[in-house]
Design a protein around this ligand. Structure first.
Ligand SMILES: C[S@@+](CC[C@H](N)C(=O)[O-])C[C@H]1O[C@@H](n2cnc3c(N)ncnc32)[C@H](O)[C@@H]1O
Length: 351
């Protein structure tokens, strides 16, 4: 796919997912690529990047980061994330100006992959965890692969409401996921005790640092106030009770994992599987199968994930919430479907 087309595809996705600002911005950047303008200049050398739509998000994230850093007040005037007001016609000269003046900084940031930690995805993981606790009735050990800033390892500190007005979680939580769940969710009133939390990531984000916090915020689309609110709340919770996210790949991390007596061991992840090289995917699966073979009702194991899947060859992606558990054979159960940014989850649970 050529660059302009990739930007347009991403612009359409932004429109669908609730960001009119990024839909317009990326569409205009695509026009500028076609016209050989500043955007084409700044992206020189990236024509053959794999996953070209991520390049659009990397460029948008680089601009947003300059705004969040307070380095470009002229452009900030158009960014709702810092109190500005978006208007494409008025903002466009500022965008071009920043691309021209700050091209070196932007090009440096383009080298980094987008680094997000989507708090809304906790709705899928926590729902699956409630189901598991209902089944096994044991305290849980949470282990997250590709945990980014580790924010969702605190999923049990967030407040969730469903489409029937039911709620789970601390009523005064600074993270409120409203309308998070649709359909029947067993275990809504079940007790949940998390006794251990750990995570890994090849590029963890330290939310104790300003740089880490701004990195996460810069990839959240600037006009999506609710996602920014959730992120700020989850960072606040994580800073109160820090959990270490190890700088380690998922395969070696899982290979070091053991089961624990009287504990439900949960390995969970969201939107990270596609980034694992095939050999790491196979190593994770092999280790889970080996641990699963040793699991029993006193030391069960669960693999819970919210990941994009293609239901049939050639079909578009859907995001599924799935569970494999031992004892239980490790067969994949489809628990529900989830929006790309996590909320809402449509549960499709077995009766
Ligand atoms: C799209 S982000 C999702 C982060 C988080 N799970 C979420 O849903 O918000 C993908 C994450 O996977 C991490 N990652 C990529 N390859 C990895 C690997 N081989 N092992 C562990 N983490 C990896 C990235 O650094 C990044 O933090």
């Amino acid at each position: 796919m050529e660059l302009g087309e990739a930007f347009r595809t991403q612009a359409a996705a932004c429109a669908r997912l609730g960001s009119p600002m990024y839909a317009e911005l990326l569409g205009r950047l695509a026009d500028d690529i076609g016209a050989g303008g500043e955007t084409a200049a700044v992206l020189r050398g990236h024509q053959d990047d794999s996953g070209p739509s991520a390049l659009a998000l990397r460029l948008a994230g680089s601009l947003h980061r300059l705004v969040l850093d307070g380095e470009e007040p002229g452009l900030a005037a158009f960014y709702p994330s810092v109190g500005g007001s978006w208007d494409l016609q008025q903002a466009w000269p500022s965008v071009l100006d920043v691309l021209a003046r700050r091209s070196e900084t932007v090009r440096q940031r383009l080298r980094q992959p987008p680094q997000t930690n989507e708090v809304g995805r906790a709705a899928a993981l926590l729902g699956g965890l409630l189901l598991l606790v209902g089944r096994f009735g044991l305290p849980a050990r949470l282990t997250e692969l590709g945990a980014s800033g580790g924010l969702n390892l605190h999923a049990d500190s967030f407040r969730y409401t469903d489409d029937r007005g039911r709620a789970w979680g601390p009523p005064d939580s600074v993270v409120a996921l409203e309308g998070a769940w649709r359909g029947e969710l067993p275990g809504l009133s079940g007790p949940l005790r998390v006794v251990e939390r750990s995570g890994c990531d090849v590029a963890p984000v330290d939310v104790a640092t300003r740089d880490g916090r701004l990195t996460l915020a810069s990839y959240v689309w600037a006009d999506m106030a609710e996602r920014h609110r959730r992120l700020r709340g989850a960072i606040e919770i994580a800073r109160r009770a820090p959990v270490q996210v190890r700088r380690q790949d998922a395969a070696s991390f899982v290979e070091a994992l053991e089961l624990a007596e009287g504990r439900l061991t949960v390995v969970w992840h969201s939107v990270m599987w596609q980034y694992l090289p095939r050999d790491q995917q196979l190593r994770v699966q092999a280790r889970l199968a080996a641990l699963g073979a040793a699991a029993d009702r006193d030391r069960p194991l669960a693999h819970l994930y919210a990941e994009p899947v293609r239901p049939e060859p050639g079909a578009g992606h859907e995001f599924w919430v799935c569970l494999e558990q031992w004892p239980g054979g490790g067969e994949r159960e489809l628990l529900g479907r989830v929006a790309p940014h996590g909320v809402p989850v449509d549960w499709a649970l077995p009766g």
